[in-house]
Write a new protein. Sequence first.
Length: 73
Amino acid sequence: MEFQNRNSIINVIDYKQLVKRKEGQYENTHGRLRTRSKERIQRKFREHEWNLQSMSAEWDTILSELEAERIFN
């Protein structure tokens, strides 16, 4: 009987260690995902920023051409 109780205690300890290990793995995975999400968001932001700057430059060119046309006509 004592041997069974000792095995039960060992199983509980093993289970607690397993749970802690799984929690640690979850935290590591969660941290990596958070980092990846942040990187993805930053990359998208840079892309949008570049697109806005490109559009702005295009509109400046178009406006300059229209003003030049208006002045010469």
